[in-house]
Design a protein around this ligand. Structure first.
Ligand code: URP
Ligand code: ZN
Ligand code: ZN
Ligand code: ZN
Length: 479
């Protein structure tokens, strides 16, 4: 089975070139012009289109059990929707309950994910600490292809990691050559503000952003980054939504620390006015953490992305339907936190990034796939159109247009945070390891076709991290 993608402009994070792409047995085997093509090769015409690496969404939560319910999107429906939007790999999260064995949770999530239509991988959350957690982190890294661990600094009395857990887990991650990631919000402050607001009679969704101010994110971002600096480990901040957190990243990077930031399509485009909408269901549909922010934060996030202070884009795809959101009718603190977007991220980023001149097509590739692949050490198998890479490829028509709506999207949720947004620039063909899974509006995703992606430890940055650690190793004074 071979496929030739013909006549397009191949875009990588580095270059834009007119070239054809030959795909054989799930891999890219040639990129260039005048290629030697085997008889019987299927041809996909890509004239006028860009040919880019399939997107990597490094932050999704398919069928997550959370806040008393389970996210509506499962690993099949979610990865299928992703491919309708040009995303061919997700990195989801194993989230053990406190005291649950990491290995048990990991195998549970692996079982759920067997029906994935696209390739997938897992960050594993560290929500508690003892010797078994320490040991399981080693097993996950050595034997199970995990090279990143997640820490929730929010969600007190549930999965929140305190400073002791952060210290222990970050230190262990460094030993293992794995990267710690954090959800940065001061969970104690959020908890206290939630109680205060409800006591004052603010029980609707407008209480959600009030209980999670940007300062709470800035404080936690600073704390996580400072801990990582002292320990000497790189750190990755998920869903950076506030200028205060971005400033901490900029400060740390300008001082030479390996700190990475992810921004969600939603945080770039949606502001906090949604929480004051008179329709409770509409407002609740936007409840996610950190919340959507005042418009000046969006402007700062766009600049952060353009400047390279933020390296990746994600969605935090975590869908709850209207009925599920209504669990919080009497208190915003009980509204399941999460919003979708795995299908929409690429086109929203193209429309508001490339079409506004904020990003070049190569920069678009960097922030939608290549940078995530590098940070999480699957580059160039993923995130590149080059010989030897997995044939996860999207043929992108920059002139194609649609209006996003929950009525027509493929995501398994009854609302869409981008509802009514007209976007231009869409995938016309998506290939997952050489198989066409989306073509001209026809979704051909197959349950179980996706593969688990092992991510090796000690990404190239760890070479530098270890050299730096060697040079600053403390010494005792000989007396
Ligand atoms: O509101 C959100 N983001 N829900 C999913 C869990 C998380 O914090 O990422
Ligand atoms: Zn195992
Ligand atoms: Zn989070
Ligand atoms: Zn999340």
């Amino acid at each position: 089975m071979s496929i030739l993608i013909k006549g397009g402009t191949v875009v990588t994070a580095e270059t834009e070139t007119r070239a054809d792409v030959l795909i054989q047995s799930g891999l890219i085997t040639a990129v260039g012009t005048g290629l030697d093509v085997p008889a019987g090769t299927e041809v996909i015409e890509a004239g006028g289109c860009y040919v880019m690496p399939g997107g990597i969404d490094p932050h999704t939560h398919m069928q997550l059990p959370f806040m008393g319910t389970v996210a509506s999107e499962d690993f099949y429906t979610g990865t299928a929707a992703a491919m309708a939007g040009g995303t061919t790999t997700i990195i989801d999260f194993v989230i053990p309950s406190p005291k649950q064995s990491l290995m048990e949770a990991y195998h549970t999530w692996r079982g759920w994910a067997e029906k994935s239509a696209s390739d997938y991988s897992f960050h594993v959350a560290v929500t508690w600490w003892d010797q078994t957690v320490h040991d399981d982190m080693g097993t996950l890294v050595r034997d199970h292809g995990v090279n990143s661990f997640k820490h929730f600094m929010a969600y007190k009395n549930a999965i929140m990691a305190d400073d002791e857990i952060l210290y222990n887990s970050f230190s262990r991650a460094l030993e293992l050559g794995a990267i710690p990631t954090v959800h940065a919000e001061n969970g104690e402050l959020v908890f206290q503000l939630q109680k205060k607001l409800v006591a004052e009679g603010i029980t609707g969704p407008e209480g959600h952003p009030l209980s999670r101010p940007p300062e709470a994110e800035g404080e936690a971002a600073n704390r996580a980054i400072r801990l990582a600096e002292v320990i000497g480990v790189p750190v990755y901040l998920v869903h950076v939504s506030a200028e205060q957190a971005l400033q901490e990243i900029i400060r740390a990077r300008s001082e030479g620390h390996r700190v990475f930031g992810e921004v969600l399509a939603g945080h770039l485009l949606i502001d906090d006015s949604v929480y004051r909408h008179p329709d409770w269901d509409y407002a609740a549909a936007h409840v996610m953490s950190p919340p959507f922010r005042a418009p000046h934060h969006q402007a700062a996030l766009w600049k952060g992305l353009q400047a390279g202070h933020l390296q990746t884009t994600a969605t935090d795809h975590c869908c709850f339907c209207t009925e599920q959101k209504r669990m919080g009718l009497d208190s915003f603190a009980k509204i399941p936190n999460g919003t979708g977007g795995v299908e929409d991220r690429m086109t929203v980023l193209w429309t508001h990034g490339v079409r506004t001149g904020r990003l070049t097509p190569s920069e678009f590739v960097a922030v939608t796939s290549a940078n995530a692949a590098r940070i999480f050490n699957i580059y160039p198998r993923k995130g590149a159109v080059q010989v030897g890479a997995d044939a996860d490829v999207v043929v992108w028509d920059p002139a194609a247009s649609k209006t996003i709506s929950a009525k027509t999207h493929h995501q398994k949720v009854d609302t869409n945070i981008f509802e009514g947004m007209t976007v231009t620039g869409l995938p016309v063909v998506t290939l997952s390891r050489g198989v066409v899974t989306w073509k001209d509006g026809d979704l051909r995703a197959v349950a179980g076709a996706g593969r688990y992606i092992d991510r090796p430890a000690f990404a190239p940055m760890f070479g530098a991290v270890q050299k730096a650690a060697e040079l600053r190793r403390p010494t005792a004074v000989p007396r």
